[in-house]
Write a protein that binds this ligand. Structure first.
Ligand SMILES: C[S@@+](CC[C@H](N)C(=O)[O-])C[C@H]1O[C@@H](n2cnc3c(N)ncnc32)[C@H](O)[C@@H]1O
Length: 211
């Protein structure tokens, strides 16, 4: 599977232009809708899984958090590095999140993912790796698009006939909660945030390392 080839095509409309503003951390695609940065509980350090454009990572770094964004797509990483070169306390790693989490010995106060790599990796392998990368008392926060039951994962996503698709895992909240606990999280809370005025809902999950 060539994840990079697939994700290099993501957001092609803004590959090299002027940077947009950093974006306050939120979990839905609708700015200011649903829970926000409070879900991260004032971390000193954060790891974003599938950081893409890096707008939220830049916003978080500007607020004083030391942030690492990891993304499998060289195109996404190159653009994020270019856009946010002047932001202190922020770095981007170009690698598959599971490969990175398995090889690094760093730990973070929070690991988070905003419609990012968390639903493009098998939770059976990703979640235990994330759990090991969290400092004592740390938490994992992730979000993804609400999906019809017949599309629960793994399902292959495909944009173009000439580019191989990638698998995506979607589950209802209770299933995510069970998977977080199976991976060693002490407690978990997962809910669906309905979209505004008929917009798509977002599944938002939190796994805590301690009580
Ligand atoms: C739907 S995008 C969302 C990214 C970000 N929240 C944004 O809005 O720019 C998903 C991102 O996850 C990255 N990604 C997907 N699977 C990944 C993996 N296994 N390892 C690292 N990054 C991955 C993709 O390259 C892409 O940038």
């Amino acid at each position: 599977m060539n994840r990079a080839a697939y994700w290099d095509l993501y957001k092609p409309s803004s590959p090299h232009g002027t940077p947009p503003d950093p974006l306050p951390v939120g979990w839905t695609p609708y700015t200011g809708h649903g829970p926000g940065v409070e879900l991260l509980a004032e971390p000193r350090t954060a790891l974003e899984l599938g950081s893409g454009e890096g707008r939220e990572a830049a916003w978080l770094a500007r607020s004083g958090v030391r942030v690492t964004g990891v993304d499998v797509s060289p195109v996404q990483v190159a653009r994020a590095r270019r856009w946010w070169a002047g932001v202190g306390g922020l770095d981007f790693v170009g690698e598959d999140v599971e490969t990175y989490a398995a090889r690094t010995d760093r730990v973070w106060d929070v690991v988070y993912s905003i419609w990012g790599a968390a639903w493009f990796c098998d939770p059976a392998s990703l979640f235990p790796l994330v759990r090991r990368r969290l400092a004592p008392g740390g938490r994992f926060v992730f979000s993804h698009g609400e999906t019809a039951p017949e599309l629960y994962g793994p399902e292959i996503l495909r944009h173009r006939a000439d580019v191989a698709g990638v698998p995506r895992w979607c589950y209802p909240p209770q299933e995510w909660g069970a998977r977080l606990k199976a991976a060693g999280f002490a407690s978990a809370e997962v809910e669906v945030v309905p979209g505004p005025e008929g917009g798509r809902g977002t599944v938002v999950g939190v796994g805590w390392t301690g009580p």
